[in-house]
Design a binder for this molecule. Structure first.
Ligand code: CAA
Length: 258
């Protein structure tokens, strides 16, 4: 892969978008590589958490690549949007837990890819925003959909219509970032959260993720039925037997299903 680096260690995959000279902007080639990478990781049993970050200290991802889009036709623009949709949906729905380590600018497509992750941890220099309407386009990699779902309709409209950059503390205040940490602690914080998550039942977490993701896109009664179905499914696992037996025997559970 030319534009991304994938390192797997202790069941954590760190995926780094690496186009530092253009602040890790997403061109079509990078989107295609990310799509392939997410497809591969989703199928791996030896990866339980994916951490997504950007190369360097300045940017997570500064958006879709403007130099590629400047001369693109409507058909090419749509193709790029659909490629991002496919790649980001894979990221959003993979059974593994995904954490965006937002290490600087997360603008446009950068804010959008972070929102396809389960959790966003921001470094104190991070800046989120959707500057697209200032470029004469609208957010095209999920911004109009995922931002409104995360921070509410009114705030999403303000962010998209004004193009204001939001600093890390404000992102935390409105629920866009889960946590803010000093930049040199960012990756370690993400890894220790990953380790805490991996000490729980990974299969149960993947079912909970599915229940949350699918349930939020449906009515309450259907979401609750889906939850009951997946709750029942979790009773079929070795983890359920081990987790509950360990509790009753007052010992630490050894949960291994994934
Ligand atoms: N696409 C292509 N190149 C980009 C880029 C992008 N999104 N963002 C930054 N770059 C390039 C710059 O052109 C510059 O390249 P050169 O050194 O060759 O001139 C290099 O990265 C460094 O950037 P700056 O000199 O601009 O750095 P700065 O510190 O002055 O500013 C910044 C940083 C505020 C992030 C600024 O680069 C910026 O505003 N970038 C664009 C942000 C943006 O508009 N993103 C949305 C893109 S559209 C989109 O994402 C659509 C969608 O929904 C998918």
């Amino acid at each position: 892969m030319k534009n991304i680096i994938v390192e797997v260690e202790n069941e954590i995959a760190v995926v780094t978008i690496s186009r530092e000279k253009s602040l890790n902007a997403l061109n079509s080639e990078t989107l295609a590589e990310l799509k392939e990478c997410f497809e591969n990781i989703a199928a791996r049993k030896d990866v339980r958490v994916l951490i997504l970050t950007g190369a360097g200290k300045k940017a997570f991802v500064a958006g879709a690549d403007i130099s590629e889009m400047v001369n693109a036709t409507p058909a090419e623009g749509r193709k790029m949007g659909m490629l991002a949709k496919e790649a980001f949906m894979l990221l959003e729905t993979m059974p593994q837990v995904t954490i965006a380590a937002v290490n600087g600018y997360a603008l446009g497509g950068g804010c959008e890819i972070s929102m396809a992750c389960d959790i966003r941890i921001a470094s104190d220099n991070a800046k989120f925003g959707q500057p697209e309407v200032g470029l004469g386009i609208l957010p095209g990699f999920g911004g109009t959909q995922r931002l409104a779902r995360l921070v509410g309709k009114g705030r999403a409209k303000e962010i998209i219509f004004t193009c204001d950059q939001i600093d890390a503390q404000e992102a935390y205040r409105i629920g866009l970032a889960n946590k803010v940490v000093p930049q040199d602690e960012l990756l370690d914080t993400c890894k220790s959260m990953a380790e805490k998550i991996m000490s729980k039942g990974s299969y149960a977490i993947s079912l909970a993720k599915e229940a949350i993701n699918t349930g939020l896109e449906t009515d309450l009664a259907s979401g609750l039925t889906l939850e009951a179905d997946l709750f029942g499914l979790s009773f079929s696992t070795a983890d359920k037997k081990e987790g509950m037996t360990a509790f009753l025997e007052k010992r630490k559970a050894n949960l291994t299903d994934f």
